[in-house]
Ligand binder design. Structure first.
Ligand code: FAD
Ligand code: NAG
Ligand code: NAG
Ligand code: NAG
Length: 506
């Protein structure tokens, strides 16, 4: 097959290449950066407070690898000097946006230089063009807060702490997904620095193939230095509110909520401004397993009728449903995600079928009572989530309507609504993490196998939720991605020297 030949050729080239490693290479690479006049004071070395601060900025302890040095550009021009210097010296590197990737080598790198966008975190707004320009190192929370006085927002994360760059180049699903599409479908223009140091724009008119490939293709083509995004106006520009929050239920409500969720997804096209999530949360310290439903309406309509079925379900413990500024609701989502732990996220995508949801939730319960409970120590701070997100046709249709992305869902979904499944775990301690990983993988594999047996497995992996080795790019529109890689990165710098994130050749 065409794609397989292209991948095989890329892989061969990678095998032939042996890159420099070890302490000598480390000092060579970091010194070369420090010697560039424009990068003076922008290289952080081990055993300094600045360096330690950058390691600690990374969300998942699993990913917080200590590099030879961090280099923090302040502009696209700095970024161009950095990539040219690294390529000239054959240095391995990682790309750190805002550090919310979960697995080891998501962002930072051990044997190499971490290019850290933490200082490029500004948001500016052009009210004439209605475009927000956002730096790659920002999280969504300050973006929302900056845009709110203008009466507008963007399709960013539900959790305000999540990073802009990884989220957007990897797709990005949110409150606005059904009404406006993935975050990447709302990017008018990416400014990026290619492997040879050229600064280019990728949009509908310029480098259109690169623009499409970047919508889902992550860090495979260059270093994105600015996202120009279309904004969304709040219904009342003086009141940046949405309606929503989280409802908590007793476990006994799970089956009814599952049916209500599936029904919601099938009917979402009738109320595209409402969105949901269904998730089971287990907390080891309190031995509690509950079911939660997120309900939101971006037009700030209170209790839209699509939520009746959820709200009529018995077993409701409490809700935080209210009309509030969007940035308050996004700040609340952070609370559900523990900080300072090791994280494992695994994902799959299936037809919107209640049998798969129930199977995944039953397996989750079995793990909690069985393997995980038996193997993980008392003080492990274990939290596990079994989460379901809609992949609606209305949402998928925005891809082509907005110029095309590289995620390939039009083909994979075959006109049906889907289920995005996320199995996630947070835990303290490297030993505990090592015990948990094969258990989590087995859970995910069993859900996949069950969905396959029902004929409802889409064989698609969402990059932003995929673990190392889940190889999301292989499930995307690889022809687009490989063609863009060959054209814009002919030396394969982002396959061979970039050692983090999801690559074309995994
Ligand atoms: C608490 C939490 C909540 C989340 N909620 C959602 C959600 O609601 N919806 C959703 O879709 N995802 C969600 N995610 C997943 C999230 O989108 C990914 O973790 C994403 O990678 C985070 O972006 P980042 O910049 O922080 O990532 P980083 O870990 O810094 O980067 C991840 C990868 O992105 C690429 N990258 C980063 N910066 C650049 C750049 N400047 N140029 C080119 N490539 C770059 C690189 O390949 C890098 O390896 C959530 C994650 C967490 C931890
Ligand atoms: C941007 O980064 C700087 C330095 O890391 C930090 O002080 C500032 O608060 C950040 N600003 C935003 C908008 O995130
Ligand atoms: C959803 O909101 C958009 C505006 O953002 C509006 O045009 C559309 O009609 C709304 N759809 C429904 C079903 O309410
Ligand atoms: C929910 O309950 C209300 C009041 O009991 C009822 O009017 C409504 O029809 C119910 N809705 C659904 C979807 O079950």
């Amino acid at each position: 097959m065409k794609r397989n030949t292209a991948v095989a050729r890329l892989a061969l080239l990678l095998i032939r290449h042996v890159s420099v490693a070890g302490a000598d290479a480390g000092s060579q690479c970091c010194n070369a950066l420090s010697q560039e006049a424009s990068l003076k004071d922008k290289v952080y070395y081990p055993d300094t407070a600045d360096y330690q601060g950058r390691v600690e900025s990374i969300w998942s302890v699993s990913a917080a690898l200590a590099p030879w040095c961090f280099v923090l550009p302040q502009s696209a021009e700095d970024t161009a000097v950095i990539i040219q210097t690294l390529v000239r010296n054959d240095c391995s590197f990682g790309i750190l946006g805002h550090g919310h990737g979960d697995f080891p080598a998501s962002n930072s790198i051990k044997e190499g230089v971490t290019i850290d966008f933490g200082h490029m975190n500004q948001t500016t707004y052009d009210p004439t063009e209605k475009i927000a320009s956002i730096g790659p190192g920002s999280s969504w929370q300050p973006v929302y807060e900056n845009l709110e006085p203008h009466g507008v927002t963007v399709t960013g994360g539900r959790a305000g702490g999540v990073g802009v760059a990884g989220f957007t180049t990897g797709g990005g699903n949110s409150f606005h997904s059904t009404s406006h599409g993935w975050a990447c479908d709302n990017v008018k223009n990416f400014q990026l620095v290619l492997a040879d140091g050229t600064i280019v724009d990728a949009n509908a008119d310029e480098n259109n193939d690169l623009w499409q490939a970047l919508k889902g293709g992550s860090g495979n083509f260059g270093l994105v230095t600015r996202f120009d995004m279309y904004v969304i106006e709040f219904p009342d520009p003086k009141k940046p509110n949405i309606w929503g929050g989280i409802a908590q239920y007793e476990l006994s409500a799970a089956d009814d909520l599952t049916d209500a969720y599936v029904d919601f997804v099938e009917n979402n096209y009738q109320d595209k401004n409402s969105s949901t999530m269904l998730y089971w949360v287990y907390t080891h310290s309190t031995q509690s397993l509950i079911v939660q439903v997120a309900m939101d309406n971006t037009l700030d309509i209170e209790y839209p009728p699509v939520y009746d079925r959820y709200l009529n379900t018995s077993g409701l413990i409490k809700t935080s449903l209210r009309s509030a500024p969007m940035y308050e609701i996004t700040a609340e989502f952070d609370l559900g995600q523990p900080d300072g732990l090791r994280n494992i996220w695994l994902t799959g995508a299936y037809k919107n079928d209640p049998r798969v949801i129930k199977f995944a939730a039953d397996k989750h319960e079995e793990l909690i009572a069985g393997k995980l409970a038996g193997l993980v120590s008392e003080d492990s701070q274990l939290v596990t989530l079994c989460s379901m997100f809609p992949l609606t046709q209305a949402m998928i249709a925005h891809g082509n309507a907005n110029g095309g992305n590289s995620m390939n869902l039009e083909a994979k979904s075959q006109g049906e609504n889907g289920l995005l499944f996320l199995a996630s775990l947070a835990i303290g301690g490297a030993e505990n993490e090592a015990i948990a990983l094969p258990i989590m993988r087995q859970w995910q594999d069993e859900v996949d196998a069950y969905a396959t047996s029902l004929g409802v497995n889409w064989d698609w992996r969402f990059l932003n939720y995929a673990y190392a080795g889940q190889d999301p790019i292989a499930t995307y529109a690889t022809d687009k991605i490989i063609a863009a890689s060959k054209k814009y990165d002919p030396g394969m710098v982002f396959q061979r020297l970039r050692s983090t994130g999801h690559r074309i050749v995994s």
